[in-house]
Design a protein. Structure first.
Length: 297
């Protein structure tokens, strides 16, 4: 299965492409969506199995799974693996992810979370409560849970924008990203999981939250399911808000990125005007030459 997925996700490795063509190769949208599906699939499975088995190391395990998937899939789809991260990338502009592509990403991520919930629910259940947000008898309110989810998701999305969407500092490098970008992103999940896990669950990801909600619906009574789904919607709003705030902070802190982009676009526009002008002159000379030929004839 791994070999089959590799061949589908990386067809360029099986094509006879020269170095220049390989450097400019762009994965198809279907490959990008499959990449997002696979990454979220593995992430939700990891989180879910940790929860159903009552593991005390869920944050470490989830961070490791996320880091591995980012390193594996980052140069295919960007390895967002999170609707909030996709929203932050779209909101940050720079044409890294168009709106329609962002909708496709988020839909695929949520679908992957739903499908993986079936495997989680079918496994053994050692934890008393597998739900989203403050559980029964919790000392924390949903508003408190939402605020900490907003803060942690903001951190995660900001780190993704700062480490995975801009070239690293220090001049020319062989890669477009810092080699440690996935480790930095995964560390945000570790921080969030341990810091706010007792308050909200520390999902930082609407797709993971949906997977937990769906698994909860298969293992708990209906009233608990309604409670968990309500928390999913409300906490999802907090998480997506955190993504928007992260994009706003990124635009402020990385204003040079946007200035460089504007300068590059202006340069490209100037080159296009020159090419158009040269083409017009060439056409004019050609027409003039043909007209003179007819007059002499």
């Amino acid at each position: 299965v791994a070999v089959a997925l590799y061949r589908v996700l990386r067809p360029e490795d099986y094509l006879d492409l020269d170095t220049a063509a390989l450097d400019n190769y762009q994965p198809s949208l279907s490959a990008k969506l499959l990449s997002e599906f696979l990454g979220v699939f593995m992430l939700v499975l990891t989180v879910g199995l940790n929860l159903v088995n009552g593991s005390p190391a869920t944050a470490w395990s989830a961070a490791a799974a996320l880091m591995c998937m980012i390193y594996c899939l980052g140069n295919i789809s960007g390895a967002h693996l999170n609707p909030a991260v996709t929203m932050a990338v779209v909101a940050s502009g720079r044409k890294l992810c168009h709106h329609s592509e962002g909708v496709a990403y988020a839909s695929t991520q949520l679908l992957a979370a739903q499908s993986r919930a079936l495997f989680i629910a079918a496994g053994p259940k050692k934890a008393d409560y597998i739900g989203l947000g403050p559980g029964p008898g919790s000392d924390y309110t949903l508003t408190q849970a939402g605020l900490v989810e907003l803060s942690a998701t903001l951190l995660l999305a900001y780190v993704v924008l700062s480490c995975a969407t801009v070239p690293p500092a220090g001049g020319d490098t062989k890669t477009k990203n810092s080699f440690y970008f996935a480790l930095a992103i995964g560390s945000c999940v570790t921080v969030g999981g341990f810091a706010i896990g007792a308050v909200s669950g520390g999902e930082l990801n609407p797709a993971v939250a949906l997977g937990i909600t769906a698994a909860s619906g298969m293992q708990h009574p209906a009233d608990t399911v309604d409670h968990s789904f309500s928390n999913f919607v409300r906490l999802g709003i907090w998480e997506m808000t955190g993504a928007f705030v992260a994009a706003a902070f990124f635009k402020i802190s990385h204003s040079k990125v946007y200035l460089d982009l504007q300068a590059e676009e202006s340069k490209d526009a100037g080159c296009q005007v020159i090419r158009t002008y040269d083409f017009g002159l060439a056409r004019l000379h050609k027409v003039s030459g043909q007209k003179m030929s007819l007059e002499y004839a």
